[in-house]
Design a protein. Structure first.
Length: 256
């Protein structure tokens, strides 16, 4: 898959920062000495971790070279590691393993979550936030367009690139390895600047697996245009040109 576009991702930095802040606020650790941010991107969530625990030794991990380049530019004194989460094999343990909007790209959560816990020191925590909005009208718009005959062959299986299970699954995966376990969901009612902004939001993250399967820019633009037509129906702009874009997220904190 082509590398991420930091400028497009950061176009909605305020909306993306809020869930990370909400997760950090609920972590009951007084002074974690070592913290790693898995799927750190440009380091925005890592900055929020620093604001909460300024004395901690911080590290960020991401598979995207372009995202990490911006993170290093902003904070050259922090440790930045280029690796996928699947391939991450730390030499030691951490007091806090944190991940904001990244683990839904990683398969086999039944094995992944216990493995992440194994890298946490006693008295530490695993804290995770994942989108859980895959049945929204915006996602259904992509499914509908992808089912058109002109796209169906190229886009078969594109929707299988995200992995989020029901809350009970994570409780069962974690309860024998951690206590307590705190799981909740929040639906954010995001005010967006019209249906075009909803399309841009989707293009920056969830639409990437679909677009990267199309062979040229012309087909990608056509796919985006057809998705926009469906999104415009689902999220009509009000008299100020804005729309409410509900977005559900799952939060998990497990203490070792």
């Amino acid at each position: 898959m082509p590398d991420w576009d930091p400028s497009l991702y950061l176009k909605f930095s305020d909306q993306r920062a809020r869930p990370a802040g909400d997760l950090i606020a609920q972590i009951r650790l007084a002074n974690p000495g070592t913290i790693i941010d898995l799927g750190c991107g440009t380091g925005n969530s890592t900055e929020q971790l620093h604001h909460r625990w300024q004395g901690a030794n911080l590290a960020g991990l991401d598979s995207s070279a372009s995202m990490l380049a911006q993170a290093r530019e902003n904070h050259p004194d922090w440790q930045w590691v280029q690796s996928s989460i699947e391939e991450w094999k730390p030499a030691g343990s951490y007091n806090l393993v944190f991940s904001n909007a990244a683990l839904h790209w990683v398969p086999d959560h039944g094995a992944l979550f216990p493995r992440l816990l194994s890298h946490i020191a006693r008295g530490g925590a695993l804290a995770v936030q994942m989108p859980n909005n895959f049945h929204s009208p915006a996602h259904q718009a992509m499914h509908k367009v992808a089912a058109e005959p002109q796209w169906s062959a190229a886009l078969a299986g594109a929707a299988e690139n995200t992995f989020v299970e029901p809350p009970r699954f994570y409780y069962d995966a974690l309860r024998r390895h951690a206590a307590p376990v705190n799981i909740w969901e929040t639906e954010y009612l995001q005010i967006m600047e019209g249906p075009q902004a909803v399309l841009e939001w989707m293009r920056s993250t969830a639409m990437r697996p679909w677009l990267t399967r199309l062979p040229d820019d012309a087909q990608r633009r056509q796919f985006e245009k057809m998705c926009y037509q469906e999104i415009e129906k689902a999220y009509p702009a009000n008299d100020q040109g804005n729309v409410i874009f509900p977005y559900r997220r799952m939060f998990i904190i497990a203490y070792c």
